[in-house]
Ligand binder design. Structure first.
Ligand code: G4P
Length: 191
């Protein structure tokens, strides 16, 4: 998606060879018009898909997902990150570990919101793929189907992208990064 790539080039900051700082438009200051276009692009991409709901994981996935939900006219379920185990009669949970942030948590949602549903996951970044794999397990645990995954920014050189492609996962990434160079603040995209 050219608009997103242009924004990354203009406002992204290469913090390290693994971390792209997007605080100017995605996860601190939010460029709402860009989020609207991102959501519209997801809605267009998935228009012929058979699905019931979008799911995302708090917090940075929410802004783009809201607009995908609006334009596709499908409900959006926000999966929370919880530190504790909750009542299994009401909640579905899946343990998850973030390699980027080095913290553990439970992906948590009310079972009745997702059970037996066909879901498309939307998230801001794809790095290690742990969120995607654990959302898949969460959905499976309540007999829901993980239909596809839409990602705003994929760092293709990190393990998540390759792993999901090899598994035959239905993956759509709007901006695909080939490398990050912190010395020159350069972002190289896949061609
Ligand atoms: P994975 O899902 O691909 O396995 O990634 P991992 O668990 O390692 O890390 C996911 C978290 O790290 C997400 O934030 C994601 O937004 C963030 N992240 C990954 N790569 C980058 C990056 O290059 N730049 C920035 N700014 N963030 C990155 P989160 O824990 O879900 O928190 P939130 O920011 O959504 O609240």
């Amino acid at each position: 998606m050219k608009l997103l790539e242009d924004k990354i080039k203009e406002c992204g900051f290469v913090a390290t060879s693994d971390i792209l700082d997007v605080s100017q438009f995605l996860n601190a200051q939010v460029d709402v018009e860009l989020m609207q276009q991102i959501g519209k692009d997801f809605a267009e991409y998935y228009k012929d898909y058979d699905f019931d709901i979008f799911v995302t994981v708090e917090s940075s996935g929410i802004a783009p997902s809201v607009f995908a939900s609006l334009y596709a006219n499908k409900p959006l379920i926000v999966i929370k990150k919880d530190q504790t185990e909750k009542d299994i009669k009401i909640f579905a949970q899946q343990a998850c570990y973030s390699y980027t942030k080095k913290n553990a948590y439970y992906l948590t949602t009310r079972t009745k919101l997702i059970e037996n549903k066909k879901a498309i996951l939307i998230d801001d970044f794809l790095a290690q793929g742990s969120v995607v794999k654990n959302v898949e397990l969460l959905l499976k645990s309540v007999n829901a189907t993980h239909v596809a995954t839409g990602i705003c920014i994929s760092k293709n050189y990190q393990p998540g992208y390759q792993k999901l492609i090899e598994e035959g996962h239905d993956l759509y990434c709007q901006a695909q990064i080939k490398s990050l160079d912190p010395e020159t603040n350069t972002v190289e995209f896949e061609s």
